[in-house]
Design a protein around this ligand. Sequence first.
Ligand code: SF4
Length: 371
Amino acid sequence: MKEQYRETVEYLLYWYDYNQRILPWRQDPKPYHVWISEIMLQQTRVEAVRGYYDRFLSALPTVADLAAVEEERLLKLWEGLGYYSRAKNLKKAAQIMVEQYNGEVPGDYQALLALPGIGSYTAGAIASIAFGIPEPAVDGNVLRVMNRITGSFDDITKASVKKKMEEELRGIMPKDRPGDYNQSLMELGATVCIPNGRPLCAKCPVVHLCRAYREDTWQLIPVKANAKKESTSCERTRFVLKLGERYAVRKRSDKGLLAGLWELPGIERKLPISGAEEYLKACGYSVTAITDMGEAKHIFSHIEWHMQGYLAELAELPLEYLVRDTAAYGESGDPAAYAFSDLQFVDADTLAREYSLPSAFEAYKKQFLVS
Ligand code: SF4
């Protein structure tokens, strides 16, 4: 197996020199840049990441800036990328870098691996691309490409299979260009030996080495024995509660799905429009108009939300629930900002600027937020 891996090095490096995409983190591969880009690229397409990456680095250009950022601002910068725990781990890791590594990303594979949110793939990517350390970076792309080249039917959902591939690749990493070799594998997986549909074997620099091509088994590889876990389907009603020019949001609990993020209020079942109006009135809201905002679906990794949304215009807040809350509007003392039980009513501009509403609410928030 190792020899088959070794044979790919020369061809992939040559191909990469002429075929790599020009990406901002490749043009300026400082350790901090590589780290941020690799975390953003997990589960998100390169094209989508570009804008987030530029915005993030303009706002937080150094490790120290990231370590010191307010969580609310960090989540706002991460809005749209999903998987918010990754952003929180970035900050935790940055704080460790400030305390233990003089505000720098450590240039050591084991030290990287010990940081929050950094697994073997990310540690290998940072070590090899930013520091030239010959460590492999094995993700789903690399597992697919390598198993096709070698014709392996190993189950890539097994940790032992990934570990074995890492060990074998570690033995053949080119000492002079480990970062380029890792990136050539990632690039081949993203643009030629693609995950969905027929790979572009006619354009592949290692077609002459590829067993899956020779044996026409590409559609059987990679093997993912336990890949499809059943996702749980949940029904929700979500409300856009409008009071004058303000809209209601509330903070989710610090634990579980979308922990600590803002959300549109709602309940855990779907209601028809008449039931929704009745429900709101029973809660004490003075609803003057209610509009159907339609159905929407959001798929998390293991849960699907099937939502029905309503825009409800309110005349006022019920007095028995109305609480002036300085924490809700800070030092400014804006008397129009209120906390209603656990809700905050916020104008659209402030919501767009300062509050991170996850993309699960995209279908409804776009009706009142200007992005
Ligand atoms: S020849 Fe085809 S299947 Fe083999 S690595 Fe290249 S693109 Fe993938």
